[in-house]
Design a protein around this ligand. Structure first.
Ligand code: BT5
Length: 244
């Protein structure tokens, strides 16, 4: 089992904990090392997007996984599952996952995951988890409404829980990850539209029908065509539930 939590490097302010963790990896830091910050000045999301949270009101964590093995193939799905379990162990909330790697609570984004990797050497698992951010403190250009854990959960309490559950989920067998993801899937039955990262495969829309054993999202278009979307390749926009 991959254990996370030590050694730990904490910054009061840094640009991005993922950046610090990448440097530590390059300098030979062992797997399990974590980096935390009270505040980030250039927190990263996926595809050049920004992650921002007011100082001290969110867990800002990067954990080093090394080496990165075949058993970690579903890492992008396993990490949000760990965050869901951690949150539910701390507060009376129900979490869902929005493929590929967001955590939602009541249709609002509670946490985001950014994994940067250099297989087979390492992966840096970046997690931003809102704890006590007030609604008017979130950035106003959010792609999805955001929310916080609340319930007086502290950053240290959240850190301990996330590290515990990360250790359990990161090397979990593929079937367990897929089953747990299916059980928490926020997109099933919903209309989604996507655009390919490079633009070359264009865009499309359809109804999400769950993930397959490789972690791809199955969608069925209005013409009845069944497609499989890879998490590295598309940006998703979520529409209404078909049943609504
Ligand atoms: C993510 O990207 O959701 C991954 C976020 C990972 C952040 C952590 S913090 C610790 C570590 N160090 C880093 O530098 N990064 C990681 P993505 O799916 O691309 O979503 C980014 C979008 O989320 C933004 O464009 C905003 O719309 C929205 N967003 C920004 N800050 C948010 C917040 N605090 N809560 C909810 N949504 C937010």
């Amino acid at each position: 089992m991959d254990a996370f939590g030590a050694p730990r490097r904490h910054y009061r302010v840094t640009d991005s904990t993922n950046e610090r963790a990448r440097e530590l990896t390059a300098a030979g830091a062992p797997g399990g090392t974590i980096v935390t910050a009270t505040e980030q000045t250039a927190g990263r999301g996926r595809r050049g997007r920004r992650w921002s949270a007011p100082p001290g009101k969110a867990l800002l964590l990067s954990a080093i996984l090394s080496p990165l093995l075949v058993e970690h193939a579903l890492l992008p799905l396993a990490v949000p599952l760990a965050v869901c379990d951690a949150v539910e162990s701390l507060a009376p909330l129900e979490c869902r996952v929005k493929w590929p790697n967001d955590v939602w609570c009541q249709e609002r984004k509670l946490a985001g995951v950014l994994i940067e990797a250099q297989p087979p050497e390492w992966a840096v698992i970046g997690i931003g988890l809102n704890l006590s951010v007030e609604p008017d403190e979130f950035p106003n250009d959010l792609r999805q409404p955001a929310t916080s854990v609340g319930h007086g959960v502290s950053t240290e309490g959240a850190l301990a829980a996330v590290c515990t559950h990360l250790s359990k989920w990161v090397g979990a067998p593929r079937e367990r990850v897929v089953d747990a993801f299916q059980a928490r899937d926020a997109l099933r039955g919903r209309e989604v539209s996507w655009s390919a990262a490079g633009g070359e495969e264009g865009q499309g829309s359809g109804v999400a029908e769950g993930i397959d054993e490789r972690g791809n999202l199955a969608v069925v278009t209005a013409e009845g065509e069944r497609l499989s979307l890879g998490s590295g390749e598309v940006t998703l926009t979520v529409g209404r539930n078909r049943a609504e």
